[in-house]
Ligand binder design. Structure first.
Ligand SMILES: [Zn+2]
Length: 132
């Protein structure tokens, strides 16, 4: 049964990706998506990288901390949306540093329909998210 529920969650991530791809990106994002590695006993962390995008592998990875019942689907979608934007926006070098989140990136990010709700939810659940 455990194996079955893991498969369900994997499908869920793909469903979120496909839905966002149609609604925001004209179905043009070409990437694989997966959950990150599970870790050992839960502990309070100082920070967590909730998502990542590998340009070389065209792979979006979502942190396992988000694979928990208290995390709403729209919040997972928000993280997936952010990582999808990384395929749209090239990483430029500005003043000798790589700029991951340009002004244009941030402007596009703000187009997410539940942007404000996602920010509010993140702030009020940060402790729970960081304890994984
Ligand atoms: Zn980013």
């Amino acid at each position: 049964m455990v194996a079955a529920s893991r498969v369900d969650r994997l499908c869920d991530l793909r469903a979120i990706f496909d839905d966002l791809n149609v609604r925001y990106f004209g179905n043009k994002i070409d990437a694989a998506i997966t959950w990150g590695q599970r870790t050992g006993r839960p502990r309070r962390r100082n920070s967590i990288k909730m998502g990542s995008y590998s340009v070389e592998d065209r792979l979006i990875r979502i942190h396992r901390s988000l694979d928990r019942a208290f995390v709403p689907r729209f919040f997972v979608a928000w993280i997936v949306f952010h990582e999808m934007l990384h395929q749209v926006h090239d990483i430029r070098v500005k003043n000798g540093r790589r700029e991951f989140h340009s002004k244009a990136f941030l402007a596009d990010e703000a187009c997410f329909e539940l942007y404000d709700q996602a920010k509010v939810w993140e702030r009020s659940h940060l402790d729970a998210l960081l304890t994984y």
